[in-house]
Design a binder for this molecule. Structure first.
Ligand SMILES: NC(=O)c1ccc[n+]([C@@H]2O[C@H](COP(=O)([O-])OP(=O)(O)OC[C@H]3O[C@@H](n4cnc5c(N)ncnc54)[C@H](O)[C@@H]3O)[C@@H](O)[C@H]2O)c1
Length: 271
């Protein structure tokens, strides 16, 4: 299976900086015709549009100020994308924050934001406005979605939840109805402002101590440009409902859950 990116239109939440902007640029390099950067920050938006114009020319990108926690704002980003480019084929649910000290906001951005984007894309805009046979939703989870990152348990929970959404929305029965593939990316540590200073973005000093103890396991890291480049292979070839880790500047590998019933022998042992 190959999903041809040529001529497609993509909407990227949190797309005006960090890894999101790198996905946008890499998509354009791979033949995507237009991108919508749906981001909460107009400052990042202005700068990103200038960057994209300098590299790819005019009329390839729009910025729509969007807080993904507000489904009406998210819907407005879809509407503006269609007004401008007439189609939409790809949604990347990328907007996310890491800050357990603001955990209700963190859940709202990371989880509600992903749900808002998926409901709009899967149930309305992608089936109606895609150009080819298929469309694509990419949910940005993290290695925190498949491992226990004890210094930010709530961030970890939001990223695990994104795995659950991807697996459940990625079943064949949903695809047969919508013709929208749903895949997740689980990036490892990637050099962006999100991880530049993690100190203090936790539930307090006990968690800061855990952070200091496990900090060395957060090496080595990778550049956002590498992550975005490798992500294109997943966008083009990743089967529906699959989960892909990209870490340490290495090729993407698939993360698979173990067969549930094969674990029935793991019974509780006690005296
Ligand atoms: N950097 C890493 O090491 C890493 C690793 C794994 C997963 N991730 C995930 O990748 C995604 C992007 O991370 P990043 O490192 O580029 O972060 P970043 O902080 O560099 O960029 C995040 C972008 O999202 C935007 N944003 C924040 N809140 C928003 C909201 N409510 N609505 C719309 N936009 C919003 C910001 O303005 C910013 O442009 C996140 O979901 C993050 O959890 C990052």
């Amino acid at each position: 299976m190959v999903f041809d990116l040529n001529g497609k239109i993509a909407l990227i939440s949190g797309g005006a900086s960090g890894i999101g902007l790198n996905y946008a640029k890499e998509l354009l390099k791979n033949g995507v015709k237009g991108v919508c950067l749906a981001d909460v920050s107009p400052e990042f938006g202005d700068k990103a549009l200038k960057d994209i114009e300098a590299e790819f020319g005019t009329n390839r990108a729009i910025f729509v100020q969007t807080d993904v926690t507000d489904i009406k704002q998210f819907q407005n980003a879809f509407e503006k994308t269609i007004e401008t480019f007439k189609h939409i084929d790809i949604l990347i649910n990328n907007a996310g924050i890491l800050n357990d000290s603001l955990w209700e906001k963190e859940i709202s951005v990371n989880l509600n934001g992903t749900i808002h984007g998926t409901l709009l894309a899967l149930e309305k805009y992608l089936p109606s406005y895609k150009q080819g046979e298929d469309a694509l939703i990419v949910n940005i989870s993290s290695i925190a979605g498949i491992a226990e990152i004890g210094f930010v348990p709530i961030y970890t929970a939001t990223k695990h939840a994104i795995i659950g959404l991807t697996r459940a929305w990625g079943i064949p029965l949903v695809y047969e109805r919508t013709k929208v593939r749903v895949v997740a990316l689980c990036p490892g540590v990637t050099l962006t402002p999100l991880i530049a200073d993690m100190s203090g973005r936790n539930l307090g000093k006990e968690y800061e101590t855990i952070f200091e103890k496990i900090r060395p396991t957060f090496q080595p890291s990778q550049e956002p440009e590498y992550l975005a480049e490798e992500a294109m292979n997943v966008f083009k070839h990743g089967p529906n409902g699959t989960l892909w880790v990209i870490e340490s500047g290495q090729p993407a590998y698939e993360f698979k859950f173990p067969e549930r019933f094969a674990q029935k022998g793991n019974v509780l042992s006690y005296d």
